[in-house]
Design a protein around this ligand. Structure first.
Ligand code: PHE
Length: 376
């Protein structure tokens, strides 16, 4: 009798764990934590669109291991503590199997330790600061990192623009901006250039005339502004108003339709490094761009393509794991090789990063124009 009761009790507990856990009915729960409101909300909006397109494709073709994916999205409000709270909720309340996010490196850095502690694999589509995946062996990304991105823009400044001197204008509230400045500087020095000054601002600042007035007096060949699109757009406006005519350079944080909206003609002829070239026509990219355009009436940016790739890499790993088990999915993610993504072929290296080429884009006539590809 006792054995029967024990058996029934165990079965009941197991059933409960199973039904309120990572699988709900016929669904696999996947969490996404994204900046949907706040300073860089176009990042979250584009990424979620990309993830949704991928998940719809997966579900339409039968789902994964016989189950459909259910995406649960949480807003981080573009803040590190918002990111941590969002991930805590996704893991402890929703019991998601995998977490996708964030975009800004500072936000990923705030949430990654929670995923690591809970042994829930996290895949960042686009956080490029090297420290993100150093948090632990459950943290992955599908993009290149800033050691490479800094090298790309240093090579571009020294090699293509023939710049000998540069000034840095750094977002001091962002791990991404600080890191990318360092890597740019290291590489620019190696190539014989000189960084003659660094100026700083904080996210949300609106007036940059103090910093720009100092920069103007130094007459650098180029100004490197590795921040996000809101501030970059305003900085361009104010720089041109002050009569600064030198080229402005940035990184992937500039990638938003809002950059050109805010920067207007002041941002023309500026350059930034990015993950993907919409004009670069593999048939898959073309198919994606057409589908996206017909749905949203706008050209997809890198973020949406990286969101798509992150979701597809996750699906591929779950399939190869063959079981809805975090450890097996982690191992399968780590073994990802030559996965054909929209943003390039993705191989996850020992540090759980992706080695991929970067593109340099130029703002020309209110549009982004492809300038060149730089390989790792
Ligand atoms: N790389 C940026 C970061 O780490 C985020 C970003 C990626 C922004 C791609 C725009 C496009 O903070």
């Amino acid at each position: 009798m006792r054995k029967i009761i024990f058996f029934l009790l165990t079965a009941f507990i197991l059933f409960n764990i199973y039904s309120c856990g990572k699988v709900e009915g016929d669904f696999i729960k996947v969490g996404a934590y994204m900046p949907l409101t706040g300073d860089f909300s176009t990042f979250g909006e584009s990424t979620v669109r990309g993830i949704n397109i991928a998940i719809n494709e997966i579900n339409r073709s039968g789902g994964l291991l016989g189950k459909k994916i259910k995406l649960i999205i949480e807003d981080t409000m573009c803040k590190p503590d918002g990111a941590a709270q969002a991930v805590q909720k996704l893991i402890s309340q929703d019991k998601v199997l995998v977490v996708l996010g964030e975009i800004a490196s500072s936000n990923s850095l705030a949430a990654a330790p929670i995923c690591q502690r809970s042994r829930v694999p996290m895949i960042s589509p686009s956080s490029t600061n090297p420290k993100v995946t150093e948090v632990g062996d459950y943290i992955f990304r599908v993009c290149f990192i800033d050691t490479f991105q800094g090298e790309v823009m240093a090579k571009f400044a020294a090699g293509i623009l023939k710049a000998k001197t540069a000034v840095l204008l750094i977002d001091n509230s962002s791990d991404y901006s600080k890191g990318l400045s360092d890597f740019f500087k290291k590489n620019f020095l190696k190539l014989g250039g000189k960084v003659i000054a660094a100026e700083f601002y904080m996210q949300g600042d609106k007036d940059f005339t103090g910093q720009l007035t100092k920069i103007k007096a130094l007459k650098p060949d180029v100004i490197f502004i590795p921040g996000y699109y809101n501030e970059a757009g305003l900085i361009a406006q104010q720089a041109r108003q002050l009569g600064i005519t030198q080229p402005l350079l940035g990184g992937d944080g500039w990638d938003s339709p809002k950059l050109i909206e805010i920067g207007g003609t002041a941002i023309e002829n500026s350059y930034f490094s990015n993950h993907y070239n919409v004009e670069g026509g593999t048939p898959e990219v073309k198919k994606y761009v057409d589908a996206y355009k017909s749905k949203y009436n706008i050209t997809p940016d890198s973020l949406s393509a990286l969101g798509y790739d992150a979701a597809m890499i996750m699906a591929d790993a779950i399939k190869r794991a063959g079981k809805l088990d975090s450890k097996l999915i982690r191992d399968a993610l780590a073994a990802t090789k030559n996965f054909p993504g929209l943003t390039g072929n993705i191989t996850i290296d020992k540090q759980r990063n992706a080695k991929k080429s970067a593109v340099v884009l130029m703002v020309k006539n209110g549009k982004l124009k492809y300038s060149q590809t730089i390989n790792p």
